[in-house]
Design a protein around this ligand. Structure first.
Ligand code: GLY
Ligand code: MN
Ligand code: MN
Length: 460
């Protein structure tokens, strides 16, 4: 992305900090894996949103007048031999468009000075362990100088509240990156489907990790930095475990495979699920449930548009799924009653226990409130029919063009008394990524087909 995007974002944030505010934004820490090996480094999304800078040990300080100071790792030839290139504070202003840059070793010396005379300190609440203690330390060294005329801030506020709103609506360049990420992931799903059918045709011992490897290969060969989350490759009954991870289970002829995997590209996630027959041909019962989930996804997509509520797609998919559960005998009409009863009593929960979507962006479960900020005062209460808990209902977020969410209904049939055996252990989810538009939504992940016939055709 071009550096002016970050300059514009910092200016937009600065304008919301109040007359004399200051914002402090650290990037993510490095995470030890074992001994002296770290997990692969991933920057903090807020920090990257405002800087485009991916090095660890870096901080941004932004003041209401729009002035930005970066703290980053100093140049160090010896460390760079081991760990790689560092931008350093001398080059940072021209490379990143910040006004000043210091070594991160200067943080404790500079922050009390930067905080002097500010009214409000903004920082992300509840994200960075130890951040509040550090800020307390800077404030207390500033307070030690009040006799010499220092002026301490009076308020601390959560920076997430501002940045979450900004990140919720994706600009053109973010949408372009997300389209590319979704396109790469779609190609990876196609390859995994084709590999499964090919290996089974060749009578090979197919394992979940074979398909996982195919995904990774396709992500990386297109320049994706890493998967956006741990890939789920679930063969057969494993598909009924919602957070299953790609493991070593055999992929068997005649069973379904559920793959939930998406790459991260230049800081943006994609999140796609497809469920397909391992050998390339759906059985009758598999196809029945597959078409039900697809119909529920279509119903959800049809109501996803600017002006609708975030909860509308969920309600639309639940209606279709619940009716299907009655029609296919998963739920017994004589026990659970009508469609309205099934929804009211949440009887569908036995087979569909998650929500139909979430915000998608820099984080796979992206930031952004799910309630409509202009209607926060309006709430009502009801008793949940399943748990008896009191639930506070607040009006859900009204969708706007440029918001991005997933649409991912599913059905998960664990063997149980009264559940037709032909459906036992079938787990199906279909997940696409949608950019909200004025009149509908753009499904950016449909580079991988979703209709049963089209999946069979590409696996042939
Ligand atoms: N892959 C995580 C999700 O679908 O929410
Ligand atoms: Mn998802
Ligand atoms: Mn997913």
């Amino acid at each position: 992305m071009n550096p002016s995007i970050y300059t514009r974002r910092r200016a937009a944030l600065a304008a919301q900090l109040g007359k004399n505010g200051i914002a402090i934004v650290p990037t993510a820490p490095e995470q030890p894996r074992n001994r002296d090996s770290d997990f692969l480094y991933r920057h903090d999304s807020y920090f990257h949103y405002l800087s485009g800078f991916a090095e660890p040990k870096a901080w941004l300080v932004i003041t209401s007048d729009g002035r930005t100071t970066l703290f980053c790792q100093p140049k160090d030839m010896e460390r760079e031999v081991w760990d790689g290139y560092r931008l350093g504070p001398v080059e940072a202003p021209s490379a990143l468009g910040v006004d000043a840059a210091f070594s991160v070793a200067e943080l404790d010396a500079q922050l009390p000075r930067l905080l002097d005379g500010r009214e409000v300190v903004w920082f992300p609440f509840g994200i960075h362990k130890g951040l509040e203690t550090r800020i307390d330390g800077w404030l207390s060294s500033l307070r030690a100088r009040v006799r010499y005329g220092a002026l301490c801030p009076e308020q601390q506020r959560d920076l997430c509240s501002l940045l979450d709103e900004m990140r919720l609506v994706k600009d053109q360049s973010e949408q372009d990156t997300m389209r590319r990420a979704a396109q790469i992931s779609a190609g990876a799903h196609i390859r995994a489907m084709q590999l499964s059918a090919r290996m089974l045709r060749d009578k090979q011992d197919v394992r979940e990790y074979h398909l996982d490897a195919e995904l990774l290969h396709e992500f990386r060969r297109h320049g994706s930095q890493y998967p956006a989350y741990g890939s789920i490759v679930a063969a057969g009954a494993n598909a009924c475990v919602l957070h299953y991870r790609a493991d070593a289970a055999p992929v068997r002829d005649g069973e379904l495979v559920l793959i939930d995997a998406g790459c991260e590209l230049d800081g943006y996630a994609s999140d796609i699920t497809r469920t397909f027959p391992a050998n390339g041909k759906f059985t009758g019962p598999q196809r029945e449930l597959y078409n039900l989930v697809l119909a529920s996804q279509e119903a959800a997509a049809a109501v996803t548009k600017a002006g609708a509520r975030f909860t509308d797609p969920h309600e639309a998919s639940v209606k279709v799924l619940a009716q299907g559960m009655l029609d296919f005998g998963l739920l017994d009409k004589n026990k659970v009653g009508s469609l309205e009863d099934v929804i009211e009593k949440r009887a569908y929960f036995q087979f569909y226990m998650h929500r139909t979507g979430h915000w998608l962006g820099m984080d796979v479960h992206d930031c952004g409130g799910y309630l409509e900020p202009t209607e926060l005062g309006q709430s009502s209460q009801r008793k949940d029919a399943l748990t008896g808990e009191t639930i506070v209902n607040r009006p859900a977020r009204v969708l706007r063009a440029g918001m991005v969410l997933t649409i991912e209904p599913g059905i998960y049939v664990r063997p149980a008394a009264g559940v037709p055996e032909k459906f036992h252990n079938i787990g199906i989810r279909i997940e696409d990524d949608a950019i909200v538009t004025a009149t509908g939504c753009e499904l950016i992940s449909r580079g991988v087909p979703v209709k049963a016939d089209e999946i069979e055709a590409l696996m042939r």
